[in-house]
Design a protein. Sequence first.
Length: 393
Amino acid sequence: MKVSGSTIQQLEKDKTRSRCRKWRLWATTEQGRKSKRFTGTYTQAEAELKSFVAELEGAVPNAETFGAYAESWARWREASGGFDPGTIANDKRNVRALLRSPLAKMRMDSINAEDCRSALVWVRENPASGRDTLSGTTMNKVYGVLHMIMSQARREGRIAHDPTETVQPPKVDTAERKAMDPPELMAFLDRVDQLPLDGRSMALYMIAGCGLRRAEACALRDGDVAGGVCNVVHSVKERDGTTGDPKTFSGKRSIPMPARVAAKVDEWRAERAALGLADAPTLCCNTRGGLLRPQLLYRWWAGDSKHVGVRDSLGCAGLGLHELRHSNLSMMARHMTPFDLKSWAGWSSIAPARIYVHDSFDAMAAAVDGAWSCNEDASDAPKTHQNEKQARE
């Protein structure tokens, strides 16, 4: 895109140029005038103007609208088959939000960082749900999709620069997940032992005892659990109740079961046979021997407008079902290497540990005491050896 002229506009009219810090950069192109706001000194604004002109001159002409490209991007993601149906559904929802914004009708080659920021503000203030505004967490996900779309367009050579690179992602404002410490987790399992033994309470054991995702616990085939080993190879899809692969490729894993969990499995199998459900295809089956849906497990756990959840009777008011997995992984992190924890949790990398492994002052204190006592004992060893040598001489 050819630039025929450029200038700097001072926005703080009541200040001298040397004291002004707010500017608008203008560039005249074959497609009309382009502008960009800038905060800094005049000298910095001059340098930024040169970069702005260089960016415009390197732009790739592309009259395709953002809306058209975003829709094709969403179709490609779905057709690739490389993403979980839940991920695809979330992508489509966030794309629809962006398509309602003014960004949808803009040319791909004319979109800059300010346009992206304005679009995100518009989406937040005009939710389709009827709420006043969307949360920061929701907007962070909308930004993530916008960034993926523009990054893909840049990699394909449709645009010269990704305008979202300089856009600050909205801050996540969801409350941090909670986790029980190990003694609380053991006490929780003691209380679960007092519940009527069925597929739902068995699922709680698999989540809290083995750190499974609820969809993985519900999908366990009876033959997947044997010899003290739990083989995670399936997951129930939340949307339609079908079974398929776990959330990620790394979700397929074999993990050793704690003795307490293995004993509970044996107890449940005997009880299940007595109930006439010995032929149920899944271990954590529903009361009729069929597949236990993750949504129904959560409703039994947390309750709804018509039913009181079992978690209140277990002393876990306000605790999410997924936070049982957090509790387990936080406990196991104290006893495993990061790589073993990755396999135990079914992660493709160790990065999720930043979310799932919760800080524990008591655990740090115990580690400090153990490390120092061990090394202090080791430092005493040569002195003792020297004393024994002197005694022999």
